[in-house]
Design a protein. Sequence first.
Length: 330
Amino acid sequence: MNTLSRTLERFGGVNLLPVIVALVALLLTGSASTWVTLTVAGLAMGMMIFLMASGLSLVFGLMDVLNFGHSAFASLGAFIAASVLAHMGGWLGADSWVLNIAAFLVAIGAAVIFGLIGGFLFETIIIRPVYRDHLRQILITMGALIVAEQIIFVIWGGSPISVARPKVLEGSLIWGDISIGNYRLFAVFLGVLVYGALHLLLNRSRVGLLIRAGVENREMVEALGYRIGRLFIGVFMLGSALAAMGGAMWGGYQTLISPTLGAQMMIVVFIVVIIGGLGSIQGTLLGALLVGLIDNYVGFLMPKMALASNMILMMAILLWRPNGLRPAVK
């Protein structure tokens, strides 16, 4: 393990892991066109998981809150976006790509607005009374996830519902034997955009500096006149909004969603946060890409191992680096 660590650090560190996984998969698949399709699908899946996991990483790593109800925002975001899209069929099916994308952005925006409002209420009513009490956090947030699932049952029913896609994102780009879905390309683009915005916010802005300083020494920052409590509420709202956005994107990716979506994604999201390193956006992105790529590669090469691939990946990473690939430096 030490030899592997030294070799990776010499050539770029753990950031090379997705590249190494992709190169190994290229040798195993034996087909360049199949490999490109699987790789783009893995990147798209990873970016959508990153959207959901990045918010949890912020809340978990920076605020020390074990929020098992985080994925409830993903499932509710998916259903809200699906409902908005169902009422914008004219724009979705129009010949204008501008109207197609506008309708999709309205749906994502509705999910994000819900995430912001819901995150504020969730932090104020549910989380604030149980700060620094991890056991109560686990119990109360798990209960919130169950309640959210029942709310979906009441409003949308228990049967899976289909999610409409914009016409412009329905097809695929084809180069010879290579076929890449337009929706997957859009997911990769959006994920990169969100990552860039988060990186700038946390590392290049005054707000990010205050958040990191507040985590390190809250009393000192408050003594300087800053209200860290409000900043932490903002962090929680941002995390919830990202989860809702990820859920909206995931719903369009799956095209069929059920009330149990949040419970299903909770395990994957926590795996990504743990292997990436708590509180690290870079680590979360790295973990999400690894999960997405390995899930697609293993699903193609060894379908029976697909369900266990994420757990095996997490065990291997934690045996090698117990604090995750790129834990936040505090």
